[in-house]
Design a protein around this ligand. Structure first.
Ligand code: PRX
Length: 649
């Protein structure tokens, strides 16, 4: 593996918040004296009632995680109100529309007013502290208003990515027993409309059939497109907000009161409702945002994620706003109207800190350097990466072409469950190695366990675990604590198991190698193979399906499906298209299969267990090393699979 080192440049060190000596001493204290360390840093927030207890958490037994438990605070107060006296007229959110001619600038004072109005509408519609509000929205400022309004009154938001299907949305509504949905008439991405209200209507029907009535659908106008209307249930949120009072007190919340639920995929079963709470989460995201992006007052910061994912929650909204930053929210896509869009936006708004995903970097690298050079990019100071492993080639391109060798690349490793970044460089402190997320953030204690269950000391590889609780971590799976304990703490006793494989090198740097379980990461979107399989077998012509990932140049991983048809059905290109459309409809476009192979039979052991290892190898076109196939019930199945593979090089 290439191990180029990019040393910290003098210009990065100069004025940086954290230098190497500070990193080392703070890290040391954070792990030897977590109470002292976090007790001090927790005060970066405004507390209505200061905490006297800091950490009360254990990964053993029933797994109980509490931070700052006797303190009281409010997230929307910390993200808005406390900045009003000093930065009321500063821009909080720059919104850049899908169409380059559309943008908006919202000051902290305007944000305060809008969020209060939204909060008052929610209250008037009967939403109370602890209620679950589902948010199914495009990337518009109103989405930020809706999320912050929930936090203001203590309602728990569950944001569902706007690319999910009505079925997926309904499943999430039902799981957390949510009876209020906030949506928009339509979304707009890359010039195309997304029928959000129509999808929400369908989801409400599916949820009702499952016994969960959606009482209110609050709709924001985005495109002005025609929508179906259910009298008594549906309400134009923007209209109601304009009539509501612009003042709404922020509800004092206990540090451990739930803040939001965010559904994410695992290796088995349906998506889990990851529950994050108030105090520890906000301390973690604001602190990581400040130090990992070396955020300075006045910086213009842009994270290109969608608020439907955890990156959007933590690093478009909560982290930056808690720090009084100017955060940019982008409605569009990297290649619309053309492949220079990101760099046009960077120049237009003078972005200093830019945070995106490897899949976007690879796609733009493929489009050619000339698109990058259409922008000046002189405002850029820090570049970030998140969501999947970044290959060294893409890293170098990002560093050399986008950043012209001036800007450190912070490769940030973390997960929905983690709340915020756990492993990443600090721009003024950490020498960079392309492809490595480098070193743990304060308070994070990674541990590598080999396949025999032994702890790897020093350099070596294995399964990545975290040995000590950190403030921003998830507290439970909503409504199913046993599943939380089983999923994350049963593989290795007393440790949080991430599901990722990892290598630690001689310098103590971490190299994440990707999931070791049946979770796929397609263009940075996480999904379980089991979800795609169950969507496929729901099709009337499909009898059985097995789904694996394979390396994909742009997406990181592609989705490869082996499909056994019902007796009497024959595979065709037509049917492939039909199945792809079917999965898109069941889950959403992000889960669209890349390859479908019709297989008369799947390789199974005598106890009928599908041997995925073999399927993965064939999907990778690497069938020279299939390993032992003698335990298969019918070894001849493999020959047919190889002969008809869809990924021939
Ligand atoms: O496999 C890791 C990969 O993304 C997974 C988490 O996905 P999700 O919960 O959707 O959160 C994504 C955004 C935080 C991880 O288990 N992953 C995320 N960031 C990196 C990464 N893999 C390698 N390097 C990263 N920087």
């Amino acid at each position: 593996m290439s191990e180029t080192i990019h040393r910290v440049q003098d210009s990065w060190r100069k004025g940086a918040l954290i230098d190497e000596a500070t990193y080392r001493s703070w890290y040391e204290r954070s792990v030897t004296d977590p109470d002292g360390f976090w007790g001090e840093h927790g005060r970066r927030l405004d507390w209505f009632k200061p905490y006297t207890k800091v950490k009360n958490a254990s990964f053993d037994g029933d797994v109980s995680i509490k931070w700052f438990e006797d303190g009281e605070l409010n997230v929307s107060h910390n993200c808005i109100d406390r900045h009003l006296a000093t930065r009321g007229d500063q821009i909080a959110i720059i919104w850049e529309g899908d169409d380059p001619s559309e943008d908006k600038r919202i000051t902290y004072r305007q944000l305060h007013e809008a969020v209060c109005r939204y909060a008052n509408v929610l209250k008037a519609q009967g939403v109370k502290k602890g209620d679950r509000v589902t948010i199914y929205m495009p990337m518009i400022v109103e989405t930020a208003y809706a999320m912050l309004a929930c936090t203001r009154i203590g309602a728990i938001h569950s944001v569902v990515f706007g690319g999910f299907s009505p079925d997926s949305l309904a499943g999430r509504i039902v799981d957390c027993k949510s009876d209020v949905v906030i949506t928009a008439d339509e979304g707009l991405r890359g010039g195309r409309k997304v029928p959000l209200k129509e999808n929400a209507d369908k989801a409400a029907e599916i949820a009702a059939a499952a016994g969960n009535t959606v009482r209110k659908v609050l709709v924001v106008r985005r495109t002005g497109g025609k929508v179906n209307w259910v009298e008594g249930r549906d309400l134009w949120l923007d209209e109601a907000a304009s009539e509501a009072s612009p003042e709404c007190p922020a509800e004092p919340m206990k540090a451990e009161d739930p803040l939001f639920i965010l559904y994410t995929s695992g290796s088995t079963g349906k998506p889990k409702g990851v529950l994050h709470t108030t105090g520890g989460y906000l301390v973690h995201v604001s602190m990581t945002h400040q130090y990992i992006f070396d955020y300075h007052d006045g910086d213009i910061y842009w994270c290109t994620a969608d608020v439907g994912w955890v990156t959007g929650h933590s690093y478009i909204l909560y982290g930056p706003l808690a720090n009084g930053a100017t955060t940019l929210m982008f409605e569009g896509v990297p290649n619309y109207p053309d492949a220079s869009r990101f760099w046009q936006v960077v120049d237009k708004h003078k972005v200093n800190i830019f945070y995106t995903a490897p899949t976007a970097i690879r796609a733009l690298m493929g489009a050619g350097d000339e698109w990058v050079k259409k922008g000046k990019r002189t405002s850029l100071r820090i570049l970030g990466s998140v969501g999947e492993p970044i290959n060294p080639e893409a890293w170098e391109w990002y560093f050399n072409v986008v950043g012209e060798g001036r800007c450190p690349v912070v490769d940030t490793w973390w997960q929905t469950e983690n709340g915020g970044i756990l492993i990443a460089p600090l721009p003024g402190a950490t020498d960079l190695k392309p492809g490595s997320a480098t070193r743990p953030f304060f308070g994070v204690v990674p541990r590598i366990i080999d396949n025999e269950g032994n702890t790897v000391e020093g350099a070596g590889s294995g399964n990545l675990c975290i040995a000590e609780p950190w403030p921003g971590m998830m507290r439970t799976v909503y409504g199913d604590h046993a599943r939380f304990v089983e999923t994350y703490f049963s593989t290795y006793k007393g440790l949080y198991f991430t599901g990722d494989g990892c290598r630690r090198d001689e310098d103590g740097y971490y190299w994440i190698t990707g999931r070791v379980d049946d979770v796929l990461n397609v263009s940075g979107h996480r999904m379980g193979t089991a979800e795609v399989e169950s969507a496929l077998v729901a099709h009337e012509k499909v009898s059985e399906a097995a789904v694996v990932g394979y390396p994909h140049d742009v997406k990181g991983q592609g989705i490869y499906c082996y499909v056994t048809l019902m007796e009497g059905e024959t595979g065709s290109d037509e049917l492939r298209k039909e199945l792809i459309a079917h999965v898109r409809k069941e889950i959403g476009p992000i889960a669209a299969p890349d390859k479908i192979q019709f297989a008369p039979a799947l390789p199974k052991t005598r106890s009928a267990k599908i041997m995925r290892r073999i399927l993965r190898k064939i999907a990778e076109d690497d069938f020279g090393s299939l390993g032992d196939t003698s335990t298969l019930a019918d070894p001849s199945v493999v020959d047919d699979l190889i002969a008809n593979r869809q990924n021939k090089r």
